[in-house]
Write a protein that binds this ligand. Structure first.
Ligand code: SF4
Length: 213
């Protein structure tokens, strides 16, 4: 994969969302595995001297310690991405994290989108997830702790080449009124065209839980 020169930056801002930093590996139609490596914290503020909206990847330990919520004002350092095509967050390897001002609104636990504190990664891994319509992700689901935009690797030509993209998923209750799967997703393989993930893998990935869990 193409690498980029990395640079350390300072950032500060107000949190808009905290989501799991998820990775998905796809190989043809029948292989879709999910893993989580920390959280993506979405902010509006200043990064590298520029006012903007941006996302910083943090570790599970950092989230355990800082307990970031939507509305908190925070600051820290981070690094620009090594693999821009693979990493959805704008910055990672965060450090010197500080909570400048803690929000008083800790979020509702009773209605979607669920804006209360994110759970440990083991909870996401146990729950499994379903494909989430990209427009829903960018719209009403964006602030939900169950939403994520995953870093996806597709084995395009086994052992020779891979493709990379980002896909939105939902770890939330299956009966959430805001849920929409969106269009089936193409999974290409060299010289075979594309198969389409039409959602039946979602059932397998979430088979441990009932409709309202
Ligand atoms: S569809 Fe999923 S991500 Fe969206 S609000 Fe419902 S539980 Fe949250």
């Amino acid at each position: 994969m193409e690498t980029q020169i990395q640079e350390k930056i300072n950032f500060s801002g107000v949190i808009r969302s905290v989501q799991p930093r998820s990775n998905v590996w796809r190989y043809k139609l029948y292989n879709r595995t999910h893993s989580t490596t920390g959280y993506n914290v979405f902010l509006i503020g200043t990064a590298n001297g520029t006012e903007c909206e941006f996302a910083v990847a943090i570790s599970e330990k950092q989230q355990e310690k800082m307990r970031f919520h939507i509305g908190d004002e925070i600051s820290g350092t981070a690094w620009t991405k090594k693999y821009a095509k693979w990493e959805y967050a704008d910055y990672y390897r965060a450090g010197s994290l500080k909570k400048i001002l803690a929000t008083k609104d800790l979020g509702e636990e009773t209605a979607s989108p669920w804006k209360d504190e994110v759970p440990p990664l083991s909870v996401y891994n146990w729950r499994g997830c379903r494909m989430l319509d990209t427009r829903s992700y960018k719209g009403k689901c964006f602030t939900c702790k169950w939403a994520c935009m995953a870093n996806v690797t597709i084995e395009y030509n086994w052992g020779v080449s891979q493709k990379f993209r980002f896909e939105s998923f939902c770890y939330g209750p299956k009966n959430c009124k805001l849920y929409k799967m969106g269009k089936p997703r193409a999974v290409p393989y060299k010289d075979c065209g594309s198969d389409y993930d039409e959602g039946w893998m979602d059932e397998m990935c979430t088979e441990r839980r009932g409709d309202d869990e």
